[in-house]
Write a protein that binds this ligand. Structure first.
Ligand code: NAP
Length: 216
């Protein structure tokens, strides 16, 4: 059975997954890279930023779950580009000519456009649909494999609120952002639907995994 998974979603102590204001120069707003420094320090994350090496400890092991068994990703318009990217016919995402997804990526947007095929097996498809409809499309594209919900905050929250997410891996980073894109709004009582495991590592972050209870 194809599952729906969130991985490496990095969150501040006060629940923000991005700061403000998001722009071409500041994709994560005033958070800068602070939410992802833990990951860029791992050998998994080093590859993403073109660094020669990274750590091989628990952070790296957790980060690597991002990829195995994933056949498609769903992301929001806010992750795909800075506000207003829909007005730029040439915008092809942040990730260069060979994005690190290597699968179909469904970009949820109220202003869809034609699909963009990239090098390395990534194709961006643009869709205006409910979370359940988008998941159907992604599952078909995933060919029986799992679907990753790539964020940002709004899309992760929509899918969690709709009861469509089986596994959530959050990485709590010990910073307080005070403003930005909040994950938890409207998700009161979420802990009743999931078994939650927690491990803190020497880098200072805390990994939380939420596994949906089988009766849910
Ligand atoms: N901390 C992390 O690990 C992490 C991970 C991923 C992303 N991020 C960051 O999170 C930020 C983006 O988060 P966000 O909450 O601002 O935006 P988001 O969740 O990426 O995208 C939200 C937008 O997607 C479109 N959308 C969402 N649901 C839709 C639906 N059902 N149908 C059609 N369109 C839909 C809407 O855009 P339109 O109305 O404009 O079309 C909506 O405003 C970025 O800064 C990104 O870098 C952080």
């Amino acid at each position: 059975m194809s599952r729906t998974r969130i991985h490496n979603l990095s969150i501040s102590l006060d629940g923000y997954v991005a700061g403000e204001v998001q722009s071409l120069e500041t994709p994560m707003g005033h958070a800068g890279e602070r939410l992802h420094e833990w990951m860029f320090a791992t050998s998994f994350g080093a590859r993403l930023v073109g660094a020669p090496t990274g750590s091989a400890g628990v952070d790296d092991a957790m980060a690597r779950w991002h990829e195995p068994g994933i056949g498609a990703e769903i992301m929001g318009a806010g992750k795909f580009g800075p506000p207003g990217w829909q007005d730029d016919a040439d915008w092809r995402g942040w990730w260069g000519s060979e994005p690190p997804f290597h699968t179909s990526v469904i970009v949820l947007t109220h202003r869809p456009r034609a699909p963009i095929e990239m090098a390395g097996g990534t194709t961006f498809h643009f869709l205006d649909a409910s979370p359940a409809e988008a998941l159907d499309v992604a599952r078909r594209a995933a060919g029986g494999l799992d679907v990753r919900i790539g964020g940002g905050a709004t899309v992760a929250r929509e899918f969690i609120a709709a009861g469509l997410v089986d596994h959530i891996h959050l990485v709590q980073v010990p910073i307080v952002l005070g403003r930005g894109a909040l994950l938890w709004d409207g998700l009161e009582g979420l802990e009743h639907s999931y078994d939650i495991d927690v491990v803190s590592t020497s880098s200072g972050v805390t990994h939380l995994t939420f596994t949906r209870r089988s009766s849910e």
